[in-house]
Design a protein around this ligand. Structure first.
Ligand code: PLP
Length: 377
C-alpha cells in the first residue's frame, strides 16, 4: 500500500514507539505534582523541552508545548497582538500561501483591531524578501512559512529576516516551520526570527503535540489560562509522553537528515520522471527549491477527484492540495496564489514522500498511477 501523503501526517517512527511504549503504563504523573511520580513526569517533560529548544537555537524556557501546529499558529497571532502595547490598529503581514491556521486566525482579528496584508508569491510560490519588507513597515507581526505544505517551496527566510529587520526593527517575526522541520536545520533556518511553530506528527511523533518556540525575549500573551502551566502562558496538564515523543522524533529526524534528504529527493525525482514519461504529468514547482519529499503535479486534462478515488481503490494514498477536516477537496488558495489556471488546478495532485518511503513504494505507486491514468483516459 504505497502511502504518499506524508505531508498530511507521517507514520510514527520506530524510535518513538520504542521510547513511548514502556512509559505508557508508568509515566502517568502530573508534571505539576509535588511528589516522586509527578517529579518524574516533570523531568521527562523538561528534558524534552531542553532538547527541542537546542535544535531550534532557543533557550529551554522558550519552548511552549501546545496541542499541535494549528494551536501554535493561532496562539502566535493572538498572543503577539495581545502583548503589544500599541493602542493603534495592528498590522499583520503574511503571505497568501500560508496554512489556514495562520490566515484564518489573522483575518479573524480584522473584526476587532487588525489589518491583514497578504503579500503575494511568484509562480513557484516564492515570496520576494523586499516586497515582504516594504509591506512590514510598522507591522506588529510578520508571519512567513518556512516551506509550503502543498508545493513544498522553501522560502528564503534569511533574506526575509534581514530585510524586515532593516525596515521595521520592532516587528515580531514568526515562521510556521511545520513542514520544514523534518528536513531542514531549524536553528540555522530560523536565525533572525523570534518565534516558530512545530508539530510532532509531521516529524514522526504523536498527534496532539506541537510547540510554539521563542528564540528571543519577545512578549507573547497567554493563550489558555487556568492552572498556570507552561510559564503561565498555556494552562492545562502537560503531556510528558507526547513531549518526549516529539523530542525523540526530532532527534531521529536530525540524525538521519543528510541520508534521508538525498535518498528521498532521489526517489522523488525518479517518481516525477516516471510519471512525466507514462502520464505526461507536469511538476508544479519545477525550478523552485522544494522540500525533498514533495511532488506536486498536474495531470493535464484530468480531474483530481476522479484520480484520487481511483488511486484509493488501487491502494495508493495521495491528496489534492492540503488535507482539510472533511477530506473534501476545496479549491486551493495556494494554487490560485501561484496563478495556476483553472484547468490545471482541476488536475492537480500532491504526492508527498517521507521517512518511511521505500523504492518499492515508488515502483508500486508508478505502476498504479500509470494504470489508473490510462484507464480514466
Ligand atoms: N502549518 C502547516 C504548514 C501545516 O502543514 C499544518 C498541517 O497540515 C499545520 C500548520 C497544522 O498542524 P497540526 O496538524 O499539528 O495542527
Amino acid at each position: 500500500m504505497p502511502y504518499l501523503d506524508h505531508a498530511a501526517t507521517t507514520s510514527v517512527r520506530p524510535e518513538v514507539l520504542a521510547a513511548v511504549e514502556p512509559l505508557l503504563a508508568t509515566l502517568y504523573g502530573n508534571p505539576s505534582g509535588g511528589h516522586a511520580i509527578g517529579r518524574e513526569a516533570r523531568r521527562v517533560l523538561d528534558e524534552a523541552r531542553e532538547e527541542i529548544a537546542d535544535f531550534c537555537g532557543a533557550p529551554a524556557q522558550g519552548v511552549m508545548f501546545t496541542s499541535g501546529g494549528t494551536e501554535a499558529d493561532n496562539w502566535v497571532i493572538n498572543g503577539v497582538l495581545d502583548a503589544s502595547a500599541t493602542s493603534e490598529q495592528h498590522r499583520i503581514v503574511t503571505t497568501n500561501i500560508e496554512h489556514k491556521a495562520i490566515l484564518e486566525a489573522a483575518h479573524k482579528r480584522e473584526k476587532w483591531d487588525a489589518l491583514v496584508v497578504e503579500v503575494g508569491v511568484d509562480g513557484l510560490g516564492r515570496v520576494d524578501p523586499h516586497e515582504m519588507a516594504d509591506a512590514s513597515r510598522g507591522a506588529t507581526l510578520v508571519s512567513v512559512m518556512a516551506a509550503n505544505n502543498e508545493l513544498g517551496t522553501i522560502q528564503d527566510l534569511r533574506s526575509i529576516a534581514t530585510e524586515v529587520r532593516r525596515v521595521s526593527p520592532g516587528t515580531v517575526l514568526h515562521t510556521d516551520a511545520v513542514q520544514a522541520a523534518p528536513w531542514l536545520d531549524l536553528a540555522e533556518l530560523t536565525q533572525g526570527f523570534d518565534l516558530l511553530t512545530l508539530s510532532s506528527h509531521k516529524l514522526g511523533g504523536l498527534k496532539g503535540t506541537g510547540c510554539l518556540v521563542s528564540r528571543t525575549s519577545v512578549k507573547v500573551a497567554p493563550f489558555l489560562v487556568g492552572g498556570g502551566q507552561e510559564l503561565g502562558l498555556r494552562a492545562g496538564t502537560q503531556d510528558a509522553i507526547g513531549a518526549m515523543a516529539m523530542a525523540v522524533a526530532l532527534r531521529t529526524a536530525v540524525a538521519e537528515r543528510d541520508e534521508a534528504t538525498s535518498r528521498i529527493a532521489m526517489l522523488r525525482d525518479r517518481f516525477l520522471a516516471e510519471l512525466a514519461k507514462s502520464t505526461g504529468a507536469t511538476s508544479t514547482a519545477q525550478g523552485a527549491t522544494v522540500l525533498p519529499g514533495h511532488a506536486h503535479v498536474v495531470f493535464p486534462g484530468m480531474v483530481a477527484e476522479e484520480l484520487l478515488v481511483a488511486f484509493d481503490r488501487a491502494d495508493l494514498q495521495a491528496t489534492a492540495g492540503s488535507s482539510c477536516a472533511s477530506g473534501a477537496t476545496e479549491s486551493s488558495h495556494v494554487l490560485r496564489a501561484i496563478g495556476l489556471d483553472r484547468l490545471a488546478v482541476r488536475g492537480a495532485v500532491r504526492f508527498t514522500l517521507g521517512h518511511a518511503t521505500t523504492d518499492l513504494d515508488i515502483d508500486e505507486a508508478c505502476s498504479i498511477i500509470g494504470r489508473v491514468v490510462a484507464q480514466l483516459r
